[in-house]
Design a protein around this ligand. Sequence first.
Ligand SMILES: [Fe+2]
Length: 268
Amino acid sequence: MKPFGKVHIAHLTFRFNALAGSYLSDDTLCNSHIEIKRVHTLMVCEEIKSLAEETGLSTEKARLAYIIALFHDIGRFRQFQQYRTFDDSRSVNHAALSVDIIKSDGFLEHIPETFHELIFQTILNHNIPFVDGYENSETELFTKLLRDADKLDILRVITSDDLRHVLEWEEKTDSYRVPDTILQRFRDHQIVTLDLVRSVNDLRMVRISWIFDINFSLTIQKIKERKYLEKLFGLIPGSERLNQIKTIIEDYIMTKKNEGDEYIFSNK
Ligand SMILES: [Fe+2]
């Protein structure tokens, strides 16, 4: 099979869906979690495809990006089946599990070995809070594409009234004071990390802070068009601190817009 050809891509997508399907059973809770990650993966594939196209990547690189997206969360199915959670801190590193499954199931059998390390490293990199160094420029590019595409689709899921309950815990909150530590992160234009999370609204602040870890201006554009941040803010009880954060974000987006995007049309 010709690597990165249309038939190869269709074959891998078929295998991905078959693997996801193999985890379905009469356990409805498990099924809904499997399905949410199956659809999430296919959506990340679409997001990465459009990012790759819009940034001007070659067809081969765009298809490699698609394959990386297709397998980035493949460990999620086994993770939920075994541990009944997507919380890595209470189970396993799902990215490392994805790499193990890719190897053991032979998903890269038609892809030249020179690409394997890049694929594995990119998948591992998608699951760390903040990447502060890359092995090479290829790993950097694909990691940035995957992290943006993944965030875009997680934002879709957690702002959807039908889906967000699967990934959030139930908690009634009439008021919310943004903790000092979280407010400071926004002031420093830094992402809020999961160790600071004590409540469901803290978790929403984590997702809002992702704006500081977006690599492509196209992604910021999509976040704005789809009103993901407005929807997230709408779920959090209002306060003066929250208004401060909204202003910080608006200013940040404006500055980024004026700075331009180093990647656009530079990766042909
Ligand atoms: Fe993902």
